[in-house]
Design a protein around this ligand. Structure first.
Ligand SMILES: Nc1ncnc2c1ncn2[C@@H]1O[C@H](COP(=O)(O)OP(=O)(O)OP(=O)(O)O)[C@@H](O)[C@H]1O
Ligand SMILES: [Mg+2]
Length: 473
């Protein structure tokens, strides 16, 4: 096992030697500094895992070193040495993140045990950090969101980024496909080179080949000088072929050759050029369906479809919707010089229940609309633009559910004389619960949240109805 780097900061050479001897048989790689400035330089250059810090140094106060480590969030675990009796100082040190303190004179056993504990603490911190990074990211490059579906997107990007393999991004319109391609590039070893995006749907068919491969002077009418294409510009970097399924079939075969060999010819030229690019492509179509229907070459599909990333629809990201909306609210308020700070709870419910067919881009548009057309600190339901304020939208369907529930209850209660028209309360409740569960596509926790009960209440009631139905059969 590699030994753990430990820095001992102590101005007395005699004491340093003593500490060194106490730790001689422990698995540490010891470094010594006899003043604060040297210690800081060592910490900045190559932070040790553990630091034994005497607070009383000749040049700077040891507490300032501790504060620096704390502020910079340097992952070093610090054990502070204090003069006998200076408990206040030790308490201060703990406030600034010291792991423990030892009063002088230091005993061998105490030093060894404290350092062992500090080492364990460091190892635990590292494990927690790794887990946090893997499973608790609430943003990643340009993405906002911490839902499990997005964690797995971040995970694939992270693992795919260092490789040369082609990534094929799919997802509904506005789910962040371009953002995903950019994240792949930024995370990759190619990040210092160019990221070139080419939208295959936006460029006329006749110009597409020249856009991708470039042309030489005189290649066609209007080609007054040589021009580099996306392929050449992306050399050493990433070439993002967006809306790939829209590409002309004839050009698809040239792209296939390019992907296979890394070589291409500029329009009008016979010279073969070679580049080193990483391909990322995206489509909001179903690529296999495009293949089946003859609009997308099967061989190109299999060549490019190496690492698929499917971006989830916004409606499937739960609370991420609110996180993204809040982030956009801050950004857009800054741009528009407005003062909105938060969404009121019913706006949040509307956001959570809306289907967002245009995904994050639509959410952006909705927030911009609200910010531009209104003023205040809290976003209210009356500020929502269409279609979120339309009666046929889901949140209103829900209020119909609630209204129906309320009116059925009122009906039952107000008819003092029971008649055969009165709906039993359990049936009213069953109808409301079943309507809500259906409205939430069978998602019971979501339905429970809307009905303000716990999911177990719904499960329990469902079980009771099933037992009742079984008995009456
Ligand atoms: N998770 C997210 N967090 C914050 N912003 C996001 C997120 N996902 C997408 N966006 C933003 O939403 C907008 C749309 O994203 P992008 O253009 O990458 O989507 P797309 O899938 O390529 O859309 P289209 O299919 O319409 O081309 C961009 O402004 C992007 O920055
Ligand atoms: Mg796009």
């Amino acid at each position: 096992m590699p030994s753990t780097p430990v820095l001992i900061v102590e101005d007395s050479p005699t004491l340093s030697a003593v500490y060194g001897s106490y730790l001689a048989h422990e698995p540490y790689q010891l470094t010594f500094a006899d003043n604060g400035n040297d210690a800081l330089a060592l910490i900045k250059n190559n932070p040790p895992k553990l630091l034994i810090l005497d607070l009383n140094l000749p040049d700077i106060n040891g507490m300032d070193i501790l504060k620096y480590i704390h502020e910079q969030q340097i992952p070093t675990v610090v054990v502070v040495l204090t003069a006998h009796g200076s408990v206040d100082l030790a308490v201060d040190a703990m406030k600034y993140g010291a792991f423990d303190f030892i009063s002088k004179p230091v005993e061998a056993k105490r030093l060894q045990i404290t350092l062992r504990n500090a080492g364990n603490n460091h190892a635990l911190k590292e494990i927690v950090d790794v887990f946090k990074e893997m499973y608790e990211r609430d943003k990643y490059h340009g993405f906002i969101g911490s839902s499990p579906v997005m964690q797995s997107v971040y995970h694939i990007i992270e693992n795919a980024a260092p490789s040369q393999a082609t990534v094929f991004v799919t997802g509904e319109s506005g789910t962040g496909k371009e953002l995903c391609a950019e994240a792949l590039h930024k995370q990759s070893p190619r990040s210092e080179h160019s990221f070139i995006a080419l939208n295959c749907a936006a460029i006329p068919k006749e110009l597409m080949e020249s856009e991708i491969f470039g042309h030489i002077k005189g290649a066609f009418t209007g080609a007054s000088k040589d021009r580099e294409g996306a392929a050449g510009l992306a050399d050493e970097g990433t070439l993002f072929l967006d809306e790939l399924c829209e590409m002309d079939l004839e050009l698809q075969s040239k792209i296939l050759r390019f992907v296979q060999t890394g070589t291409f010819k500029k329009v009008g030229s016979n010279k073969l050029e070679k580049v080193n690019v990483r391909f990322v492509c995206a489509t909001n179509k179903e690529p296999l369906k495009e293949v089946q229907e003859g609009r997308f070459r099967e061989d190109l599909y299999y060549r490019l479809h190496v690492i698929p990333i499917e971006l989830p629809a916004l409606r499937d990201r739960g609370e991420d919707i609110i996180k993204i909306a809040s982030n956009l609210l801050t950004i857009i308020c800054n741009e528009e010089n407005k003062t909105f700070k938060i969404f009121n709870s019913s706006v949040k419910t509307t956001f959570l229940n809306y289907s967002w067919p245009g995904n994050v881009r639509q959410l952006e548009n909705v927030i911009r609309n609200i910010v531009v057309l209104n003023n205040g600190e809290v976003v209210l339901p009356s500020m929502l633009p269409p279609p979120l304020n339309q009666p046929n939208e889901p949140q209103v369907t829900l209020s119909i559910v609630s209204e129906r529930k309320a009116s059925a209850l009122v009906d039952s209660i107000s008819s003092l004389e029971p008649s055969k028209d009165v709906t039993p309360l359990w049936l009213v409740e069953k109808t409301v619960i079943e309507d809500t569960v259906r409205f939430c596509d069978g998602n019971i926790p979501k339905a429970a949240a809307l009905l303000e009960v716990s999911p177990s209440t719904i499960y329990r009631k469902k079980q009771a109805w099933e037992e009742l139905a079984a008995k009456t059969l």
